[in-house]
Write a protein that binds this ligand. Structure first.
Ligand code: BEZ
Ligand code: FE
Length: 307
């Protein structure tokens, strides 16, 4: 068969599949599914995918599903290591340069973590060096945001989140609210670099690519407040070499903060009894108001068509 015939046979398949989405329930669903078909079919053509390779791909996705449960989210991991999570964040980033930047959500957030008061301890027995985290929540116009909800979560100094330990402990996570001046403060542990779970299919993917599973040390922060866009971000620890090779591409320079070591015995903000050295970090948060972003984000229709 000539290469012309071959190309026509392949295009016929793609055309048929595209047409099958003509009756989609919403235009947006049709737009996304057609793009999925176009791009995935282009991949098959570009690499001349063999049937055996496609079976391996199906097997990989099957294993991702099988290993997932309410504590293990392999498909989030897959999205993260392929950079799809960070690309989606970049595609939706507000144009407001002063707003705190977003980064990956990751698979370890748990709904319903306990509330801690100002000065409370989210570690709740998680191992690690005590760390005082404080700052102010403001809008992009500089005004303090009172009553903002901060959900925070982090791994212990063994690099594990509570949900990765046996049993039902809640450690290294909680939520709190900013005060009248937008201020917040809580105790946690000093973040440590850790590998993302790599004993499953996503770990196999990283190994086959010669990639490291390491993430730089970080604290997760999610901030919600009425009238503002939800912010999902991290505070990264300055001086951590792992920032150059984050397995999930989540590092942003603006999110790197000094976690300053304080000698044993030095006074601490809540008068807590501490046995050794501790750290403190100041991490201010600037939220993007809902209306302002939404107005700026309306893309002229000409640009959309060309995209
Ligand atoms: C995390 O930071 O918790 C995380 C993010 C992406 C993949 C795995 C873990
Ligand atoms: Fe994390």
């Amino acid at each position: 068969m000539s290469s012309e015939h071959q190309a026509e046979r392949e295009e016929h398949v793609t055309r048929q599949v595209l047409e099958s989405f003509a009756g989609s329930t919403t235009p947006r669903y049709r737009e996304i599914m057609e793009a999925l078909v176009r791009h995935s079919h282009a991949l098959v053509r570009e690499v001349r995918l063999t049937e055996q390779e496609w079976e391996q791909g199906i097997d990989f996705l099957t294993r991702c599903g099988q290993i997932s449960d309410d504590r293990r989210q392999e498909l989030i991991l897959l999205s993260d290591v392929l950079g799809l999570s960070m690309l989606t964040i970049a595609a939706n980033a507000p144009e407001e340069p002063t707003a705190t930047e977003s980064t990956v959500f990751g698979p370890f957030f748990v709904d319903g973590a306990p509330e801690v008061p100002f000065g409370g301890d989210i570690a709740q027995g998680a191992s690690g060096q005590p760390c005082w985290v404080s700052g102010q929540v403001r809008g992009t116009d500089g005004s303090p945001v009172a009553g903002a909800r901060l959900d925070v979560w982090e791994a212990d100094d063994g690099g594990l989140y509570d949900v990765q330990h046996e049993g039902d402990v809640t450690q290294g996570r909680g939520h709190l609210f900013s005060d009248e001046q937008g201020g917040y403060g809580f105790w946690g542990v000093t973040p440590t670099p850790y590998p993302i779970p790599h004993d499953g299919p996503v770990g196999d993917l990283l190994a086959a690519a010669g990639r490291s599973p390491m993430r730089p040390a970080h604290l997760h922060v999610m901030v919600t407040a009425p009238g503002y866009h939800r912010l999902v971000t991290h505070a990264f620890v300055a001086g951590d070499d792992n920032q150059r090779g984050d397995a999930v591409f989540g590092v942003k320079e603006s999110l790197v903060a000094d976690f300053v070591e304080q000698p044993a015995g030095s006074p601490n903000p809540t008068g807590r009894r501490l046995d050794g050295a501790w750290r403190k970090v100041s991490f201010d948060i600037v939220l993007n108001p809902e209306t302002r972003t939404d107005e700026r984000r309306s893309i002229p229709s000409g640009r959309r068509e060309g995209a």
